[in-house]
Design a binder for this molecule. Structure first.
Ligand SMILES: Nc1ncnc2c1ncn2[C@@H]1O[C@H](COP(=O)(O)OP(=O)(O)OP(=O)(O)O)[C@@H](O)[C@H]1O
Length: 256
C-alpha cells in the first residue's frame, strides 16, 4: 500500500531559527490527514517537504521507504490559488502533466474529460479558464491533481479563498472523491470544522519551533460517506464537543 512518511524532520531556512522541529507523520492510502495550527507554525513548510519542493535540514521524507529527491507524479499538489494557466483551455490545464509527458491530444482530452466529470465540470473542457468562477477554478485545480491518478494528494488551504457555501460544497466533493480513490491525503486548513468534517486523523501543530502537539482520530467524514447528512453531523454533540476540544488545543487553552 502506498505510504508517505516524514521521519523526525526538522527544517531551517538559510540557517535561520528552526521552523520545524522533529516532526513525524505518516500518510497511507485511505487516510485523510488534516493539519491545523496557528499561523506561522510551519504547516505550509511541512506540505512543501512532503511534496519534495523543500528538503529537510535533518530527518527524512520517504515514499514507500525510498527517500524523496524532489516532486513526483505520485504526489499531486493543490494550492489555495488554483495556479492555472490562463492561456490554456480548461481541459488543457487539467491534462497539463500529460502534455509534458508527451501524451497525444486525444489522450489528453480523454484524461481531462474524465477528471472534469469527477469534479462536476463535465462539458466545460473547452472554456477558457478566465471564464470560470473561483469555485470552478478550484475544481479545475483538483481535477488537474486527480487526472494523473496520484497515490497522494497534498492540499494547502485549497478552499481558503472561497465563499462559505461554495466551500461546503467543495468539502463534500473532496470527501466523495477521497471515498472513491482512497488517495492518501494531506490537507492544511485554518477551518476547524473543515478539519473535523474531512479528516481521519487531525494533526495539531504549534509554533516556536513548529512541532506536533496533538494527534486525534476522527470519523465524521466516514459518517458522511455512509450517508448521514452534513447538517446532522455538524449539529451533533460529538462534533460540537470535538470542535471546542480542538480549538482548546490549537490555542493551547486550558479545557474548562
Ligand atoms: N522561504 C522562506 N524563507 C524563510 N522563512 C520562511 C520561508 N517560508 C516560511 N518561512 C517562515 O517559516 C515559518 C513557518 O511558515 P509556514 O508558511 O510554513 O507556516 P504556516 O503554518 O503555513 O503559516 P500560515 O498559517 O500563516 O500560512 C514562518 O515563521 C515563516 O515566516
Amino acid at each position: 500500500m502506498p505510504h508517505l512518511a516524514l521521519e523526525s524532520v526538522s527544517l531551517r531556512y538559510d540557517g535561520g531559527a528552526p521552523v520545524l522541529s522533529n516532526v513525524s507523520l505518516d500518510i497511507a492510502s485511505g487516510e485523510f490527514v488534516v493539519v491545523v495550527g496557528r499561523s506561522g507554525c510551519g504547516k505550509t513548510s511541512l506540505l512543501n517537504l512532503a511534496a519534495g519542493f523543500l528538503h529537510p535540514t535533518s530527518g527524512r521524507v520517504l515514499v514507500d521507504d525510498r527517500p524523496v529527491a524532489g516532486p513526483g507524479a505520485e504526489r499531486a499538489v493543490v494550492f489555495q490559488n488554483d495556479a492555472l494557466f490562463p492561456w490554456l483551455s480548461t481541459a488543457e490545464n487539467v491534462a497539463f502533466a500529460a502534455r509534458l509527458a508527451g501524451a497525444s491530444a486525444a489522450e489528453r482530452r480523454l484524461q481531462a474529460d474524465r477528471a472534469l466529470e469527477i469534479v462536476g465540470l463535465a462539458g466545460l473542457g473547452d472554456r477558457p479558464v478566465w471564464q470560470l468562477s473561483g469555485g470552478q477554478r478550484q475544481r479545475v485545480g483538483l481535477a488537474r491533481a486527480l487526472a494523473a491518478e496520484p497515490d497522494f494528494l497534498l492540499m494547502d488551504e485549497p478552499l481558503g479563498a472561497l465563499d462559505a457555501m461554495t466551500r461546503e460544497t467543495l468539502q463534500d466533493l473532496l470527501l466523495q472523491t477521497w471515498g472513491r480513490n482512497r488517495a492518501g491525503t494531506l490537507l492544511i486548513t485554518h477551518g476547524v470544522e473543515e478539519a473535523l468534517y474531512l479528516a481521519t486523523q487531525i494533526i495539531v501543530m504549534a509554533p516556536g519551533p513548529g512541532r506536533i502537539i496533538r494527534r486525534l482520530d476522527v470519523d465524521f467524514g466516514r459518517r458522511r460517506l455512509a450517508g448521514e447528512s452534513a447538517r446532522s453531523i455538524k449539529a451533533s454533540p460529538a462534533f460540537v464537543e470535538a470542535r471546542e476540544d480542538l480549538l482548546d488545543s490549537i490555542f493551547e487553552r486550558e479545557a474548562a
